[in-house]
Design a protein. Structure first.
Length: 752
């Protein structure tokens, strides 16, 4: 490989514009941030990551994730997560959290690093040598097209004194050298490697030499076949040439070539190549569990700042953590030469992605899958903080500690699953007919060329392959969708400050939408994928959920129309209206962006039945594709909190009260304190009233704050350390019907 192809593209001098999402005003708590959980091409598994534009998402999680073959359509289907995030930002969203889900069987591709030998000592002191192996930074098939190469960074120093324990070099010769650096010492007939254990630098301006404490053992490589690495027990005469060796790791993904410099090779180096962190370590939240300290996360990001952008795609293997390993660059040159691809595993791509079997267990922490909403908060905190071995949660529950999430969506929950089926052998092409004999007296004409048949969209495969299960015969797919949505409903009910955006599989009819709503309400159903049906008071969670009927069609970069669920577009619309006017504004009757048509539009008669059942309907209008309503699934024929905007207003007040209440803890509880709290809350609610959040012509008719009442905060309550505030509000009701009166006059019709 030439240097021209190995060097990354240089940027021209000058300046560039970078789009940064404007900061949301902090006068009110944020209500525009959703969580999208689903299937991604790459990225950390069960680790929520905040992104603020589609470019950040693709840098962390890649592009559209391929799944399996859809035999009915003859093409590979792709996951919905990427499209949902793209539609969210296209519709005005500014920030969201993304959670990739997969089973524990997800497989990391492994790479044999070219030219580097790993040397270690076993318990008996024997020298063990093997190839240096790194693995992909996150599991999945995405690393199949990745290739690695290496090159050396060499810095030479002038030796003044040398022993098996210490090395003295000329002043300034060890600038930037740190413990763990690997040194190569070369004599005319011998080459040895040793690691730096400590650096004793003289005072600034001193002419004293720098002394390096060396770490035993020393290694030499004996020539021959096979190569033998031996320990050096005595030094040859004379002073050697001393060079500090550091590694540059190159990776090639398609036509783009990138690198990370300054990787250590000796043990104890803070940036040893074997200590490269994976995506899960780099993106882990410090508050994921009690053992994850902010200082450790900060030090990790500082040490590997150059591994974040661009993200290094490989990492050390977990079994190498804490191991004492010398990485000898025996076959590495100054320029990248050999490129290595990942070692094949023989498993199917969908299995390596960790998506077999397909069930609701991907979206839930195993210990919280059957937890009722009443105990979910306590169960989650017990696992995350209070247990003897605190751990981070998985699935949707991994986002439990993130306070700013106000919407939850699972765009990939509607897949019917996949089955392993045989693909028939392709029929052989018919042989061309023999040429007809030429009549006497006529010359032979050139035969017409036989047209070459076009190759099929999906190359035919031999043997069984994973295929998409037909939706019409997928009882398991419906059970998985129900189970995942029950997890969402219990999540939002236990938190109380978020809503669940529910969607139906692509192609679902209005009748299926109505029956799906009934199954969510029914308590007599058995558990699906280990997730029990909603019971008793858990049906209140339906008042925190919005079910949307109707998929959308989106045009890809290649010009094809693909069917998408509406989760991302609806979440973006909610975020846009929240940022522009407030959480109490109904996200309806405004055109969706980034979509060209509806995939499953209901007829006018079916739309009426869906509206009566509180299912949100998407319709085609001259202004574009708009939601006709914005309702929750709350039970009961009459419900003042039926509008989604009313529910979100109460959630906003909940967050506002919690935020303001933090400043009141440990304050002296007396009459002056209670009156001050009442004035503070009245000022906040008056501001909301002036922005149209409450019904009523006057503030007194719209809200009331009760804090200074002696009956509410009596002596027993004060002695118990409690302070009670009642907020009574009348949420503004969205105007649904507009009547236009046509008045007949002598000159015709007049519009009143």
């Amino acid at each position: 490989m030439s240097l021209a192809t190995a060097t990354p593209a240089r940027r021209r001098p000058g300046f560039a514009f970078e789009a940064v999402a404007p900061a949301a005003p902090d006068a009110l708590p944020r209500m525009d941030v959703p969580l999208f959980a689903g299937i991604a091409q790459r990225g950390p598994v069960h680790v929520p990551v905040a992104v603020e534009d589609l470019a950040q998402f693709e840098a962390r999680f890649g592009g559209p994730a391929p799944l399996v073959l859809d035999a009915a359509r003859g093409e590979v289907v792709h996951a919905q997560l990427h499209a949902a995030v793209a539609l969210f930002f296209a519709n005005g969203g500014r920030r969201c959290w993304v959670l990739r889900v997969a089973n524990a069987s997800a497989e990391h591709s492994e790479f044999v690093v070219p030219g580097v030998c790993a040397v270690r000592l076993d318990a008996d002191g024997h020298i063990l040598t093997e190839a240096l192996v790194l693995r992909a930074g996150s599991p999945g098939r995405w690393a199949d097209d990745l290739a690695l190469a290496t090159s050396l960074e060499v810095e030479r120093a002038l030796v003044q004194n040398l022993s098996l324990a210490q090395l003295s070099i000329a002043p300034g010769g060890a600038a930037g050298w740190v413990p763990g650096d690997l040194l190569r010492l070369s004599w005319p007939a011998l080459t040895a490697w040793v690691a730096v254990a400590a650096v004793d630098r003289p005072a600034p301006g001193s002419l004293q030499p720098t002394r390096l404490q060396l770490r035993a053992p020393w290694f030499v490589v004996e020539s021959g076949s096979p190569m033998v690495v031996a320990e050096l027990a005595a030094l040859p005469g004379g002073l050697p040439t001393v060079e500090r060796m550091r590694l540059t790791l190159w990776w090639r993904d398609g036509a783009r070539v990138q690198r990370v410099d300054g990787l250590g090779l000796g043990p104890d180096h803070a940036r040893q190549v074997l200590q490269l962190p994976d995506d899960a370590a780099l993106d882990a939240r410090p508050d994921a569990h009690i053992g994850a300290t902010p200082d450790a996360a900060r030090r990790l990001r500082q040490t590997w700042a150059d591994a974040l952008a661009p993200r290094v795609p490989v990492a050390g293997r977990p079994e190498e953590a804490g191991a004492v390993v010398w990485c000898l660059p025996l076959g590495v040159s100054a320029l990248p030469a050999e490129w290595c691809k990942p070692e094949p595993s023989g498993r199917a791509p969908i299995e390596r992605d960790g998506l077999v079997p397909w069930s609701a267990t991907l979206f839930a922490d195993p210990a919280l899958r059957d937890s009722p909403a009443a105990t979910l908060a306590a169960d989650a905190e017990a696992l995350r903080v209070q247990s003897r071995a605190p751990r981070a949660l998985t699935g949707l529950h991994a986002a439990w500690p993130i306070d700013e999430i106000s919407m939850l969506a699972v765009p990939d929950a509607g897949w019917p699953g996949w089955v392993l089926e045989a693909v028939p052998e392709p029929e052989p092409l018919p042989e061309p007919p023999p040429p007809e004999p030429t009549p006497p007296g006529f010359g032979a004409c050139s035969p017409e060329p036989i047209p070459v048949p076009e190759p099929p969209a999906v190359p035919p495969a031999r043997g069984p392959v994973w295929q998409l299960r037909p939706a019409s015969a997928s009882v398991q797919g419906r059970a998985t969708l129900l189970a995942v949505q029950r997890l969402l409903l219990r999540w939002v009910l236990a938190r109380g400050d978020a809503i669940a955006l529910l969607s139906l599989p692509a192609g679902a009819s209005s009748t299926e939408a109505l029956s799906h709503r009934e199954r969510l309400l029914r308590a007599s159903l058995p558990a699906d994928d280990g997730v029990p049906a909603l019971l008793g008071t858990e049906h209140a969670a339906l008042g925190l959920a919005a079910l949307h009927h109707g998929g959308v069609l989106q045009r890809t970069a290649e010009g094809a129309l693909v069917r998408r669920v509406a989760d991302g577009a609806v979440a973006g619309l909610i975020a846009r209206r929240t940022l522009a006017r407030g959480a109490w504004i109904a996200p309806a009757n405004e055109a969706l962006r980034g979509v060209v048509a509806l995939a499953d539009e209901a007829t006018p008669a079916a739309a009426g039945a869906l509206l009566d059942a509180r299912v949100n309907v998407l319709a085609t209008t001259p202004r574009g594709l708009v939601p006709l309503n914005a309702d929750t699934l709350g039970p009961g024929p009459v419900d003042d909190l039926r509008p989604l905007s009313a529910r979100r207003l109460l959630q906003l007040l909940r967050r506002l009260a919690l935020r303001e209440g933090q400043a009141w803890v440990f304050e002296p509880h007396d009459g002056a304190f209670r009156r001050g709290v009442q004035r503070s809350l009245e000022a906040l609610l008056r501001g909301l009233f002036e922005r149209g959040a409450f019904a009523g012509r006057r503030a007194d008719d719209s809200f009331q704050v009760v804090a200074a009442s002696e009956a509410l905060n009596n002596r027993a309550s004060v002695d118990a350390g409690r302070f009670i505030v009642e907020l009574r509000v009348a949420p503004a009701e969205p105007m649904v019907f507009v009547t236009i009166r046509l008045v007949r006059s002598g000159d015709g019709l007049a519009l009143a």
